[in-house]
Design a protein around this ligand. Sequence first.
Ligand code: HEC
Length: 494
Amino acid sequence: MQWLDDRTGLVKLIKSIADHPAAPGVKWKYVFGSAVLTAFLMQVVTGIGLLTTYVPSSGGAYESLQYITDKAPLGAFLRGMHYWGASMMVVLLIIHFLRVFLMGSFKFPRELNWITGVLLMATTLVTAFCGQIVRWDQDAVFGLVVASKMAAHVPLIGTWLAHFIIGGGVVGSYTLSRIFDMHVIVLPTLLASLIGLHVYLVLRNGVSEPPVPGRGVDPATYRSDYHDMLRKEGVPFWPTVVLRDFVFATGVVLVVLLLAWLVGARELGHPPDPSLINAHPRPDWYFWWLFAVLALLPHALENFFMIALPLLIGLVLLSVPLVSNRGERHPARRPLAVAVVVFIFSGIVALTVAGWHENWSPRVNASPLTADIIGASSGPVYEGAMVFNNMGCLFCHTIEGHGGKRGPNLTWIADRLTRDQLTLRIMNGAYNMPVFGRILSTAETENLLDFLSTRKKFGFETGKQQSVVRPSGPLTHAALHASEELAIINSAHP
Ligand code: HEC
């Protein structure tokens, strides 16, 4: 030990870290940062394991993953650990991040702890994104194609950016080499360096003491007060604090092991094939909110936001400790900060749920309309409903709960549109609605129109009878009037 310490000074360094007093009262709220580190180390270890078999070439990647998943001993388990480890790392990062923000731990003198933390978060997410690409199945490749097409629309640097992402003009071997290089060398090295810097800053500035309402941060006196407090009430880092971190980190590893064992990694999609257009690109869950934003935005803003939104979020986060690095730390005295967190967090949760439902994608497995809903089991109305089932209308439009939600609900479409208007829509299409003018035969179109004309809440019953149904429930005079008017319009088109 003496020899080692004489040559390196490491023993004394480690001893001084172990002996240093930590702020009292930090307890279990402070275990998340070290747990992120544990998750990162787990990713390194399982990643190295996967690297022994994964083949980073566009011709071999998919098969090697198939081999890992289906044949290699414990391969599926290892993939599961790497997959769930990534999710775990993101979850812990978010909790750690919220804890630090809500407790005002980013204030003086820990501004750079926060800034390196934000950079760590961004780097982690980019690494995770590249990890999803090296899965190299149809969804991964298609997602990358979409992403690079969008990047190409960025003003001035668009083309360059798209080429940078995919390594040239087309997605192929160069693309995978590039993303693989990012995922296993560039980004992990960057992560490790940032983690080193972050931990160094945590040691240098000490962990923040739990905030007390009314006791704000004053840069002029903070450090001397902090050191006084450590001298009087500090708890030993080793073993008290380390033990808590260790127990929690063990729990984290066990949860990942359990998920890998019971659930396993995300299934491999189809092998990549650029000629297939029915791919269903879908990122892993922590990107669903962004996916939802891009899908729900008006088309014209999509390309702009794809780059601008993450950039803007990053800049805002980086500037937090520069805008406010003193004063109250306790959440009870920072209502605006808490309100902002609640607002943004619930927004992201809502968008994540929207990303999960994915109503903007056509639902190709929608269950077809039944005779019950159609109100007939033969004749033109029935035939028209079959056209609706079979020509893809169902994928995008719902009728009485059956169908996708890409386009408007057509349950009561005949209340809204006349037969002529319906014809126009179907023949000419609209934004995101295909043109059916050349796809449907005249007979099919007529049957379809017959069917859609029955979709009336006010006016006529479904089916062919033309009897007027008295609307039930409270109805304004205006609505009744409108339904009569619609009935007149409808009778003008036998
Ligand atoms: C790829 C998805 C998609 C498919 C397939 C599709 N539609 Fe649409 N449809 C849409 C969208 C999106 C709109 C809304 C367009 C707009 O913004 O005006 C729409 C609008 C309509 C409207 C006007 C609704 C209203 O409330 O104004 C009708 C009627 C319609 N579609 C009928 C059909 C029929 C019939 C079929 C099958 C032959 C069909 N659609 C197939 C996506 C689709």
